[in-house]
Write a protein that binds this ligand. Structure first.
Ligand SMILES: CC(C)(COP(=O)(O)OP(=O)(O)OC[C@H]1O[C@@H](n2cnc3c(N)ncnc32)[C@H](O)[C@@H]1OP(=O)(O)O)[C@@H](O)C(=O)NCCC(=O)NCCS
Length: 180
C-alpha cells in the first residue's frame, strides 16, 4: 500500500510531498506552542521536528506506507503555510490532521488544503473512511470538520471524534456541483 503523492493543486494552495529543505518552515510550526495548544504530540523540540520530517520523507518510498504527511504550500509564492497528514489505521481507513502556521490562520487555507488531502485519501490511497479527532476546545478544527462534511461520532472526556465516508464525500461533492 502507499506511494508518493503527486502535488495536488487547489485554487490558492498546493499540497506536496515534503523535501529536506522544508526543515526551517516545518520546525517553525511544529515547535510553536500556539499551533500545539490542542495537539497531543505538539509542540516538538527542533530535534523532534527534524526526526518527524525525516520520517515523512522516508515514508514516501516505503512500500507499505502508512503516513502521508505533506506540506501545504502557497500556490503563488511557494511559501510553506503548514502541513496536513493522513495516517492509515487499516487498508481502508485513515486518520487526518491539519496544521497551519499561526500567521496564516483565518484565511481559508486549511479548509482548502483539507479538501485536497481528503480527495487524495479517497481517490488515490483508496480509503473508504477518513476519521478525525480534535480537542473539545479546538473551535477552529471543529468548524473545519463541519465544513469538510465530517459526521460527529462520539465525545470522550476531552476529545471529539468524527468520520467521513467515501459515500458521504461523493454525495456532498455531487450536491456542490448541482449547486444545492
Ligand atoms: C485548525 C486550523 C488548521 C484551522 O485553520 P484556519 O486558518 O482557521 O482554517 P480556515 O481559515 O480554513 O477556517 C476554517 C473555519 O474555522 C473557523 N474558525 C477558525 N478558527 C476558529 C475559532 N477559533 N473559533 C471558531 N471558528 C473558527 C473559520 O472561521 C472557518 O469557518 P468559516 O469559513 O465558516 O468562517 C488552525 O487553527 C491550526 O493550525 N490550529 C493549530 C493546529 C490544530 O489544532 N490542528 C488540528 C488538530 S485536530
Amino acid at each position: 500500500m502507499g506511494s508518493s503523492m503527486k502535488p495536488q493543486v487547489g485554487d490558492r494552495v498546493i499540497i506536496r510531498e515534503h523535501v529536506a529543505a522544508d526543515l526551517p518552515d516545518y520546525a517553525d510550526w511544529q515547535c510553536d506552542p500556539a499551533v500545539g495548544e490542542y495537539v497531543s504530540f505538539l509542540p516538538r523540540t527542533r530535534e523532534e521536528a527534524e526526526a518527524s520530517l525525516r520520517d515523512a520523507i522516508e515514508q514516501q518510498t516505503e512500500p507499505d506506507r502508512v503516513r502521508f504527511f505533506v506540506a501545504i504550500e502557497h500556490k503563488d509564492n511557494g511559501g510553506i503555510l503548514g502541513g496536513a497528514g493522513i495516517t492509515l489505521i487499516d487498508e481502508h481507513t485513515g486518520d487526518i490532521g491539519w496544521f497551519l502556521r499561526k500567521e496564516y490562520w483565518g484565511l481559508g487555507y486549511a479548509t482548502e488544503a483539507a479538501a485536497l488531502m481528503i480527495r487524495f485519501g479517497f481517490e488515490d490511497i483508496g480509503l473508504r473512511t477518513i476519521t478525525a479527532v480534535c480537542r473539545k476546545e479546538n473551535s477552529g478544527s471543529r468548524r473545519m470538520m463541519q465544513k469538510c462534511g465530517f459526521r460527529f461520532e462520539r465525545a470522550t472526556e476531552n476529545r471529539l471524534e468524527y468520520t467521513l465516508t467515501y459515500t458521504d464525500w461523493k454525495n456532498n461533492a455531487a450536491d456542490r456541483h448541482s449547486g444545492s
